[in-house]
Write a protein that binds this ligand. Sequence first.
Ligand code: SAM
Length: 344
Amino acid sequence: MSADDLKQTFRQHSQAALTLNIGFIGVVNGLFSALYGLETATAEALAAAAACDAGYVRRWCDAAYAFGYLEVEGELFHLTPAGAAMRPEAPDSLMPLAVQSVLSAHMAERAAGLMPGGERPGERVLGERETVLPWFGPMLEANFAAFFENTVYPAVPDFAEVNARGGLAVDLGCGNGWYLRALARRGQTLRGLGIDGFADNIAHAAALARREGLEGRLTFRQGDIHDLTLDEPADLIAMNRALHHVWEKDTQTLFAWLRGNLKPAGRVVIWEPAWPDERAALRDPSRRGMAFQNLTEHVQGNHFLRPEEIEAAFRAAGMAATVHLFAKGNEAVIVARRYETDGA
Ligand SMILES: C[S@@+](CC[C@H](N)C(=O)[O-])C[C@H]1O[C@@H](n2cnc3c(N)ncnc32)[C@H](O)[C@@H]1O
């Protein structure tokens, strides 16, 4: 590839990033949703509807028009299909891509600054951008809730078994609580307890459960996975994209806790990105995001795990585990149960 071709390719990369940045600004300020409601509007009318400053919105409209989110007739803007798809409430919304892009830029900047000294400040780095943090939960929900319902749940019979039995499902590192809401919708006698370290996540999770009328069965509380006491043993303990957050601290104690807090017929279900065995596999476009994220996870004191490592940790804790792979092997759901003969 010539130097000119390289430059051209990287200009295209840069434009793709800018497209998502403009999208993020519109998402966070409700501009796509407001314009959808108005159908057509001047920048000033859009600013008024979204309760934003007219000067900023006028500049944003120019940029959103340039990047193909808006069309204009005279001074009246309306959404293109791309603009309509960026609404957080749109089916298959593009919102998570925009949020991920800006979050990635933030984490890249932190990794760049921290690399010489090697400091790993931990989870708090995720909360440093006040416009990003409230979108973290919706981003994960938009990325994974439908995939869970349509693909993971039907392929893992343990979910239906636990749902049929009812009882208590505990979600460690529950984020905005989408997973417990999904389980509770299917299992009418299932109760849920969600635990998360961020108070904001707990508040969002409780509000979303209330909105669906599930507050009688779902409870959320702030807590540290490393220091938890349950009032009763659980039928299901789930960790979705949360295990790698706590793995480096003390895996042995954590897995003993999981086993000790499970009813005899209960299950632990871990869902994690599946780190590949071979570095060459990271070149696949479907894994590049994972490779980038693993660098930024390092900032938080985490790293991604190979499914076999999780399986081995269960075995060491006296549990039998089954690995289910999805999405070209990039998503691993590991289900573990206490050995049959184990009455302890
Ligand atoms: C990648 S998010 C996944 C959230 C949610 N499970 C989902 O799938 O949408 C990881 C979550 O684990 C939580 N977390 C990380 N370490 C924790 C700890 N030690 N105690 C409690 N929660 C923790 C974070 O606050 C965050 O909400």
